[in-house]
Design a protein around this ligand. Structure first.
Ligand SMILES: [Zn+2]
Length: 167
């Protein structure tokens, strides 16, 4: 009952992920319909329910355009787990402030990059320019496309792909 279920808006735009229990609650109260039954049956004492992997809300939910949360994990993911200075896929990555904090560099998407420990040490409290170190690409806020937001679930939920593509 705790498996992830992809929730689509009435217009099929992917909205979020809930668990099986909540998804079945939404279906039974008429708030959602099952779109994909990727998980066989749920057996209860009285009856069997098809277990949904994708549901769609019956009425449209309005919400602001989603944004990717600024977290360490998301920065590593944006930077493909690669040090943005030397290009190595290091196992122990750190977060580097391109413009150091004590120099006024903000905690923002465009000032934070993944860096290996070695490069982070080498750069120290200097700016990239002062340290003569070059970023592989200019850091920016990733677009919150459905494939970016939900892509990490795809390995375990291959049947979500067709509902995520293009959003
Ligand atoms: Zn490095």
């Amino acid at each position: 009952m705790n498996e992830p279920v992809l929730v689509l808006n009435a217009n099929f735009e992917p909205l979020n992920v809930c668990d099986t229990r909540r998804a079945i609650g939404l279906i039974l109260t008429g708030k959602a319909e099952m779109v994909a039954n990727g998980r066989g049956l749920i057996h209860t004492a009285r009856q069997n329910f098809p277990s949904p992997s994708v549901i769609r809300l019956e009425s449209m939910v309005r919400r602001p355009r989603p944004r990717v949360k600024l977290t360490k994990r998301e920065i590593f993911r944006r930077d493909n787990y690669t040090c943005q200075y030397c290009g190595r896929q290091a196992t122990h990555l750190t977060i580097d402030h391109v413009e150091p904090r004590h120099r006024g560099g903000g905690h923002r998407w465009d000032n934070l990059v993944a860096a290996c420990q070695q490069c982070n040490r080498q750069k120290g409290g200097r700016t990239a320019l002062e340290a003569n170190m070059h970023l592989h690409r200019h850091p920016a806020e990733p677009a919150a496309t459905a494939s970016y937001l939900f892509g990490r679930h795809l390995a375990d939920n291959a049947d979500w792909a067709e509902y995520i593509d293009g959003w």
